[in-house]
Design a protein around this ligand. Structure first.
Ligand code: NAD
Length: 494
């Protein structure tokens, strides 16, 4: 690996990043196998290291290990002890935050300062929030109309959870799955994206350091079609907790249906971000630009479909452009960087294809749209003005730095258009009219609606999509509930 990379990283992080890694099974890393996958630095296109493409035999060992921990030490641990260990893991993430942040900035191409200020605190918050739950998980007594009978319910964990995460928030997504699954008493086999394995592997080490029994958290690295498929097909996996694309979600949903496994799906979005002319336009436009280009638009809740009341379009476009012009594109580990590359060459090609067809459907590329940088997968921040609702740039999740801007003339016209897409993850509404804010917010078909703000996220607030954005909420009590099932006990007192 280049000396340049070494100079950008903490010595400990650099050593871990460039070492070859195998899966993490039963408390220790296995070696790299002959089918190892290269992981690339998306800012340079250079190979960072190789990680094991874990095969079905090793996946089986990981699931067996998780099953043993579930039947054994973790499954029988007293709730207060489980709480203490999850808090200890949160402490260790905080203590190692600088190191962990570098892995996601390197492999994901994300600006380090954002990873430090967004991803790491969110990951810690997940463990802290759910660490509070084990001593509060309880059933109920049930007032059945049967004489001389006592009925009560128990909340019980499911068993081994297959947690599958995407590349855009590797550590954060691992935490969003591990914290509630473990708090509920399950054990986990985590499969991170093959593009971004490092922070998940390091998290598994920290789980052991925190005192979680071996096998409670396992990590199988590798590709989706091989490692991922072997994991979700394993008969001993009780639940699939998936975050990723709609296409993979549909495939896993069908497979879980056939095998009757529990499944929750956190999928993509094409999120209407609405600005009415009576809003604080400067503030709304600043949020619109920030949430469109944050992590190069590679965010499920990106406000990527900006719908602006016609009289405010010019002002909003000018403000968005000013924000875009000020972005500094560069390596995620370079502290000057405010926007990184796209995740891979193939992904950049896909984003560019959307821009090629836009002129044919009435839209124009208002600015951006070009490759930039001497190496890596950079694309300029881009805005597409006035495409038709049917254009793929409006209907589909592009997952790149492409903001679509569409004018509208009234709330009555806006709502059905905003709801016309297949997704329903998030939406935003900017207006100073309280009645309009509440009316439009409740009419929008989205799992989360932000009013006069955008992209707020907290472990206590349920987050998850409607329609093709999936089902099963993260965060809050709902985020715990999906890792539990209810057992009903009937006792005769006769
Ligand atoms: P992806 O679907 O390509 O991959 C996600 C994960 O699934 C990866 O670990 C991959 O290896 C694995 N996978 C792929 N095929 C599999 C199979 N057959 N069996 C088992 N596992 C398989 O998605 P991605 O490109 O990594 O992530 C981007 C997507 O994630 C976007 O659509 C984004 O909107 C979505 N996302 C959603 C949320 C949310 O909370 N709703 C959060 C982050 C990202």
């Amino acid at each position: 690996m280049t000396a340049a990379l070494e100079s950008l990283m903490l010595p400990k992080a650099h050593t871990f990043a460039v070492a070859e890694h195998g899966a993490f099974i039963d408390g220790a890393e296995t070696g790299v196998n002959e089918h190892a996958i290269d992981t690339l630095d998306p800012a340079t296109g250079q190979v960072i290291t190789r990680v094991a493409d874990t095969d079905a035999t090793a996946v089986d060992r990981a699931v067996q290990s998780a099953g043993k921990a579930f039947e054994g030490e973790w499954g029988s641990m007293l709730p207060a002890r489980r709480e203490a260990l999850l808090h200890r893991l949160a402490d260790l993430i905080e203590e190692n935050a600088a190191e962990l942040a570098q892995y996601d900035a390197l492999e994901g191409g994300k600006p380090l300062s954002y990873v430090e200020s967004v991803d790491l605190p969110l990951a810690v918050e997940q463990f802290r929030y759910y660490a509070g739950w084990p001593t509060k998980i309880q059933g109920a007594t049930v007032p059945v109309s049967t004489p001389d009978t006592h009925v009560y319910t128990r909340k019980v964990p499911l068993g081994v959870v297959a947690a599958i995460t995407p590349w855009n928030f590797p550590l954060c997504q691992a935490a969003i799955k591990l914290a509630p699954a473990l708090a509920a008493g399950n054990t986990v086999v985590l499969k991170p994206s093959e593009l971004t394995s490092l922070s998940s592997l390091r998290l598994a080490q920290l789980a052991i350091e925190a005192g979680l029994p071996a096998g409670t958290v396992n990590v199988v690295t590798g590709a989706g079609a091989g490692t991922g498929q072997a994991l979700v097909s394993h008969p001993q996996v009780a639940k699939i907790s998936f975050t990723g694309s709609e296409a993979t979600g549909r495939h896993l949903g069908a497979s879980a249906g056939r095998s009757l496994k529990h499944i929750s799906l956190e999928l993509g979005g094409k999120n209407p971000h609405v600005i009415f002319a009576d809003a604080d336009i400067a503030k709304a436009a600043a949020y619109a630009a920030t949430t469109a280009y944050f992590y190069s638009g590679q965010v499920c809740f990106s406000g990527s479909r900006l719908m602006v009341e016609r009289s405010a379009v010019d002002e909003v476009l000018a403000a968005v452009r000013e924000h875009a012009d000020a972005l500094v594109l560069g390596h995620g580990l370079d502290r000057a960087t405010t926007m990184g590359p796209l995740s891979s060459a193939a992904h950049r090609d896909k984003v560019e294809r959307y821009l090629e067809t836009v002129a044919g459907t009435g839209g124009t590329v208002a600015f951006g749209g070009n490759r930039t940088g001497e190496s890596g997968y950079f694309l300029e921040p881009t805005a597409v003005l006035n495409p038709s609702d049917a254009d793929p740039v409006v209907a589909e999740e592009i997952f790149g730095p492409v903001l679509v801007i569409q004018p509208f003339d009234s709330a009555e016209e806006l709502v059905p258009r905003a709801n016309s897409g297949k997704y329903g993850l998030t939406a935003g509404v900017w207006t100073n009219d309280v009645r309009k804010a509440h009316t439009v917010a409740r009419q929008l078909q989205a799992g989360t609606v932000w009013v006069n703000t955008y992209a707020d996220y907290n472990a206590a607030a349920p987050f998850g999509g409607f329609k093709a954005s999936g089902f099963g909420k993260d965060c809050g009590p709902e985020g715990l509930e999906k890792y539990l099932e209810t057992q009903t006990v009937w006792m005769s007192l006769a």
